[in-house]
Design a protein around this ligand. Sequence first.
Ligand code: ATP
Length: 464
Amino acid sequence: MTDSTDAKMDKIVALAKRRGFVFSGSELYGGFVGSYDYGPYGVELANNLKAAWWQAIVNEEANVVGLDSAIVTHPKVWEASGHVGGFSDPLVECKECNTRSRADHLLESIEVSADEKMTVEEINQVFDEHRDSLTCPKCGQKNFGQVSQFNLLAQTNLGNFSEDWTKEPTYLRGETAQGIYINYKNVLDTTRVKVPFGIAQIGKAFRNEIAPRQYIFRKREFEQMELQMFVDPDSEMEVYEKWKEKRMQYYLDLGFKAENLRWHEHENLVFYAKAAFDIEYNYPFGFKEMEGVHARGNYDLSQHQEYSGVSMEYTDPYTNKKFVPHVVETSVGLDRTFLAVMTEFYDEDELGGDTRVVMRFPKKLAPIKVAVFPLLRNKPQLVEKAQEVFAMLSKHMRTEYDDNGNVGKRYRRQDEIGTPACVTIDFDTLGEENPDHKDTVTVRDRDTGEQERVAIAELIERLK
Ligand code: ATP
């Protein structure tokens, strides 16, 4: 792919819209910034991505179990976690057009790094030093106000009916991890797990991002897939290294090219963290964080121990050693994985003299595994047979039936949604032209465009 950044991004966005992967949120009402809806093929791809993650993290790990915790929790959870006090981004407003931007992102654009731990005064100082070089991304003017801290937690009055509920709000969770920490004891007390063990969760998270951008990369409502491993303090770094390796291998096994993935080490660790690396993916707009792998010490459980008054201490049944477990976390956004997969497997090539767009999804991620076509829609025998084949295949894999337009057009459409195989029921299937071909169909391969005849009786086996 030799397209420029914007060209490739535009192509992916256009394809995602044209083929029903991703729609702008609330489009009917002029859109709603930072919000997107997954369409019929998007939801299939997203579900396949979640299933692949769950398979690797929960099913294939002997000491990991799953969880689905509430989105809205007791507000104390977010005080204990530090989100109420500290989960904020530096915001700065353009005085000309009132566009709000992230001060750290503006500074980054001129290659000045703003430390996550800086106070508002410190960041204002850095900002003032570079004011002359900073322009508003919307109007291009250089007239910014002062930088202030903006809390990312989204408030809600769910469960609070008072008029001034904003004084005691509840929150939409800013990450799924807290639901895991507050259930650590429940899981320990009710299942067979022993430290080291992990709890995994997939679910929505909400952040009042100041400047949502880069399509589904930075949304206000997004989905996370998180694993929290609870470990003996002495083995934290060993477990950490193991998960670092596993998570990179995961993407390689999915079919990502190694050159499109890289590690990025956090330069400024929060005080409790031991190590923090991100897996960055080469998006059309450059390498950016897709997943974080963090060694978090015992900060999370200690905080909940302090705020709840309930002991989080664990006694090792073999050694009687007592400790508050340390946490190793792997945290990835479903939406960022989705965009990475759309970028990685987007391709254009020439087939039969035509240029085509083809999504080369690995089979396990493809939204539709096989498409079934009657050669002609107005021949009842072909339609009946095609419907029979659809009924047979759809019990085994996600199958789509299509009788729109001609077969060539149907192939192009399936190529664009990444369907690995198309099955056509033609006159040969009926045995009208060659009795030897009765009850066989044409199977066409997405990647090569090659076609072969396969007996209906062998179809399931062959497609699997
Ligand atoms: P960033 O620095 O890009 O804001 P972060 O470091 O705050 O991200 P984490 O808090 O570590 O992100 O969240 C874990 C994962 O959740 C991220 O690696 C990312 O994949 C995903 N994520 C975080 N914020 C968003 C968002 N606004 N939209 C989509 N995915 C997100």
